[in-house]
Design a protein around this ligand. Sequence first.
Ligand code: PLP
Length: 392
Amino acid sequence: MENKIYLDNAATTKTRPEVVEAMLPYFTELYGNPSSVYEFANQNKKAVDEARKIIANALGADISEIYFTAGGSESDNWALKAAVDAYADKGNHIITSKIEHHAILHTCEYLEKHGVEVTYVDVDENGIIKLDQLEKAIRPTTILISVMFANNEIGTIQPIKEIGEIAKKHKIPFHTDAVQAFGHLDINVNDLGIDMLSASAHKLNGPKGIGFLYIRKGIKIRSLIHGGGQERQRRAGTENVPGIVGFGKAVELAMATMKERTEKEIKLRNLLMKRVLEEVPFVRVNGDKVKRLPNNVNFSFQFIEGESLLIMLDMNRICASSGSACTSGSLDPSHVLLAIGLPHEIAHGSLRLTLSEENTEEEINYTVDKIKEIVDKLRKMSPLYEDFIKKR
Ligand SMILES: *Cc1c(COP(=O)(O)O)cnc(C)c1O
């Protein structure tokens, strides 16, 4: 679609042209299977090794600790299910937070049906996990702590280092879903005490359907897929060579451009927040003001339905979200917004805008103008708003 304004980069990002270019030969001339022995296929093995090295370096990890998967959801599923299996002799208790992505929460629900006990730790009004509650939740049978690095709806960045320290003190493996953070924030698994980490290429301008799980040496793990010897026999199946090459390229670019990209996103984000807060009445920003992804804004507009707002923004060619892509289309308010204590009616009027460095001031100004217009129109149609104004 021409002339669209794309403000949904937490759902997915555009694959960079350099990434596509790096991938193309692996669909055409360089189609060999990395497991084959002849020289022609050796190039593919080298390309996979090279991408693994770029990714390992970006995290301060060793190449032997990076396992390619088909994306963030698969990595999250694997980390939780494998830990439950591998540490069954120690216990059956997992600690996570109330604001995780559904790839974690629905896996936990599945595990609960199979006898695993899960504690969902609360977050404060800004969406930061309650560390004292987390530590108190630890039992002798706790086998895993899984807390996301940065939230996909409200952008809140968690105190990962502190969680890593708590986990280490109690000798419990610590997994983090870093799908929103990897390539956007500095992450060193050793400094932060992370034992397992999930990431996905399509959230950092790479291709869809490729991710990885970092697993620290010494952490007990079970194979996810049985078959050939790929990924050190932990995740069998012929490698997604073009995807892996594209992921490597995307990470290389993301690391090289992080500083300037972040500055640009923050500038645009601040303009967006400032204008909306000044020009639209009865609105709040959800999530922490400071400990927040540079490109994320999450608003709640009182007296309107987020879904109506989205549809009307779409009619003006603006791509936005009411929360996560997974909850759009359902009428339940976001579990994240409920967890930070928003009442249902306010959670319903929420809008998530996630920017990229490709957005312009002009786009942001146009979007704010449209938001003002639409919110005003929707409120004029709202009996609740009418009531509220009369009573004032
Ligand atoms: C997008 C996302 C996922 C899922 O990743 P996929 O690669 O789409 O499976 C998991 N966790 C978070 C926080 C996400 O934002």
